[in-house]
Ligand binder design. Sequence first.
Ligand SMILES: O=C(O)[C@@H](O)[C@@H](O)[C@H](O)[C@H](O)CO
Ligand SMILES: [Mg+2]
Length: 403
Amino acid sequence: MEILEARVIVTCPGRNLVTLKIVTDEGIYGIGDATLNGRELAVVAYLEEHVLPALIGRDAHRIEDIWQYLYRGAYWRRGPVTMTAIAAVDVALWDIKAKAANMPLYQLLGGKSRERVMVYGHATGKDIEGCLDEVARHVELGYKAVRVQCGVPGIATTYGVAKRSGERYEPADSDLPAEHVWDTAKYLNYVPKLFAAVRERFGDDLHILHDVHHRLTPIEAGRLGKAVEPYNLFWLEDCTPAENQQSFRLIRQHTTTPLAVGEVFNSIHDCRELIQEQLIDYIRTTLVHAGGITHVRRIADFAALFQVRTGFHGATDLSPVCMGAALHFDTWVPNFGIQEHMPHEDRIEEVFPHAYRFEDGHFTPGDAPGHGVDIDEDLARQYPYKRASLPVNRLEDGTLWHW
Ligand SMILES: O=C(O)[C@@H](O)[C@@H](O)[C@H](O)[C@H](O)CO
Ligand SMILES: [Mg+2]
């Protein structure tokens, strides 16, 4: 089956999303997500100039060979732009292969390991009370697991908190990077009270998650993990930047709170020590930013050897195409943990019709052949690209900090 054509579709139905469509001579096409939040056009140029011309005429069935060709051929190794471009090609080719086999993608991966995929939703509030109301709304909607984030008194804006209650937060919300102010001491004094309040009101069964978004030092992370042990978190995410994988040894010496890391990783080499030394419990690296199904499957299999489970990134900047493919992966992967879910706004749902469905705190990927997500190109064209940047964070004295 020959690749006849490959094109990139950029659309902004509320936020920028980049999609790759690969068309074959048998009339079967596949699509892959190529969205790298805040750096979208870098991936578009990479694909259009350096990848797509080399795909034309290749056999669409040779997914592994094409992956190696793009990875080794680039010479420079890894990096988010390269690995997102490779992921888009890879997921589109898996979509094609599954459609050609007339099977849902999870069947090609090895079949179902579970009937449904547990997801966590996002409860955010400008303070603890506001966040509790949002947790209640999620529990009502059926969620069994909820990520809780709230504003901190004395800090004007806090990452991951929606501007208005009931809305989703959007990290890329301004033309040029917005500047936020951060204060670790205020955060560390306040946030344990949030978990205490959630347990008090919702009991022991609800899974609670929290994202620190890389903002603590390793010893601060150890202290927080230890302080919140009584509240039995499902996980504490990105408690410190993980470029220095060894720093997690220090955190592990101090706490048994489960740790999740990896949404910014794009290669198995970024998480090798973390997994091999069992310094984390959940790996968050997902299809779109880490070379697609072909590479993330290697990460997941490696993680399984060390009882590390998956907990894929699933914020709104990962398009429905990534979500659909991830749900097939989650349905198959033996060492599944949980899947992040942030609902896309209606305009996005209209541009990307999909087979996956939410029910009772879980998703099922559907049984449509392929990954079950499509793109309405005419509608997509009605929403032109609009530059949007991720924020930066500074300490009160002006020092640039992790956001
Ligand atoms: O856990 C998460 O979902 C996040 O950390 C994201 O909101 C992340 O900040 C964005 O996806 C960045 O594009
Ligand atoms: Mg995160």
